[in-house]
Design a protein around this ligand. Structure first.
Ligand SMILES: *Cc1c(COP(=O)(O)O)cnc(C)c1O
Length: 375
């Protein structure tokens, strides 16, 4: 059987975790958390990276930093994971869902401005499949309307838009290191902070509203409660698990890209025959092979394809019931404009197995099975 996902693991992780235990340093902000933060800062060029307990929490932290208040409106794609909306709904804000582009499944930048009202506070672009949104347009809209941009870059580490790392273009970027992502710590994430002015507040909120980070750096002689906050620090053991992968990040990324390209080459004849659609990578975008998806003609064909592949021992999945059609989306949010593509495209999409360690022969076998289905 070929699983849909296998969590990434690199052998050195076990030594690093044992070291944490031997040194009795298992709480947050230890050696490996610092190594991960430093690695992220160097790799992405962000002003500051802070490891968090999840991407959901990184987004919550960004919502607090952006001072999102009850009644504020936050623009985001209708096609995304629930966390994108949850982080703002928790602050009493209203998610305003916008239609997606059929080529990348990202928010349609041309439909954003229509959704802006007096109450709009932020735009949350989601870089689906690690392929960038049209960020120049989005940043221009944000600037003209004085809006904060929080990038949901959960799937976007190692990807770039016109040379800039995803998550570093807006005011804040949230990364995920969940076990389904390209690099993992089980549960975890990171907040990328672009501007100096937000760094100290972020450290305080992440550390239960205290100035403990400053204390550890020796900048103050005692630490105390200075603001509202929560606890968004992961255990250093989780960071150790992640750091082992970051040390070989390029190897992991290249192997994923090889498999992605192999899928694409193997299935291109079906696309050329008009039977399926394949992912589109716009010019200026470098992606990270976070996922490989194909699009069937419609929901019935997709269900039949998934069942057929399951019979062959290949696990493939679909995801994201569009948020504006979900019970909580109806309760807390609203859709702006017309749902031209969100529902239609979401019903066609099927994700094929993609993980570090997937073998080229397995990719070939999966392509053969998909072709057999379409015969
Ligand atoms: C995985 C994911 C999240 C949530 O990440 P967690 O680390 O599990 O909180 C949020 N948004 C998107 C687009 C994701 O893919």
């Amino acid at each position: 059987m070929i699983n849909f996902n296998v969590p990434p693991y690199v052998d050195t992780a076990i030594d690093y975790i044992k070291e944490c235990i031997a040194n009795q340093k298992i709480c947050g902000d230890g050696k490996y958390t610092k190594e991960c933060n430093r690695w992220l800062e160097e790799k992405t060029g962000t002003r500051k990276a802070l490891l968090t307990t999840s991407c959901t929490h990184a987004t919550e932290l960004a919502a607090l930093l952006a001072d999102i208040q009850p009644g504020d409106e936050v623009i985001m794609p209708a096609y995304t994971f629930v966390s994108t909306a949850d982080a703002f709904v928790l602050r009493g804000a209203i998610p305003v869902f916008v239609d997606i582009r059929p080529d990348t499944m990202n928010i349609d930048e041309k439909k954003i401005e229509h959704a802006i009202t007096d109450k709009t506070k932020a735009i949350v672009p989601v870089h689906y499949a690690g392929v960038a949104c049209e960020m120049d347009t989005i940043m221009d809209i944000a600037k003209r309307h004085n809006l904060i941009v929080i990038e949901d870059a959960a799937q976007g580490i190692m990807s770039t838009y016109k040379g800039k790392a995803l998550g570093t273009i807006g005011n804040f970027g949230a990364l995920s290191f969940h076990e389904t992502k390209n690099y993992s710590m089980g549960e975890g994430g990171a907040l990328l902070i672009r501007d100096d002015k937000d760094v100290e507040d972020a450290e305080i909120i992440r550390e239960k509203g205290t100035n403990r980070s400053k204390f550890y750096r020796g900048q103050i002689d005692k630490y105390t409660w200075v603001n509202q906050g929560s606890s968004y620090l992961p255990s250093d053991m989780n960071a150790a698990y992640l750091y082992a992968q970051l040390e070989v990040a390029d190897k992991i990324n290249n192997e994923r890209l090889d498999n992605w390209n192999r899928y694409y080459a193997g299935l291109k004849e079906l696309k050329d025959a008009g039977k399926i659609d394949l992912p589109v990578i716009p010019e200026g975008c470098v992606h990270n092979a976070h996922m490989f998806y194909i699009k069937a003609a419609n929901i019935e064909e997709r269900s039949a394809l998934i069942a057929f592949l399951k019979e062959k021992g290949i696990m493939c999945v679909f995801h994201y019931i569009p948020l504006h059609t979900a019970p909580a989306g109806i309760k807390y949010g609203r859709f702006d404009g017309e749902d031209e593509y969100t529902t239609r495209e979401s019903e066609r999409l099927a994700r094929l197995p993609m993980y570090y360690g997937l073998k080229p022969e397995q990719v070939d076998m999966i392509c053969e099975c998909v072709k057999e289905f379409y015969k």
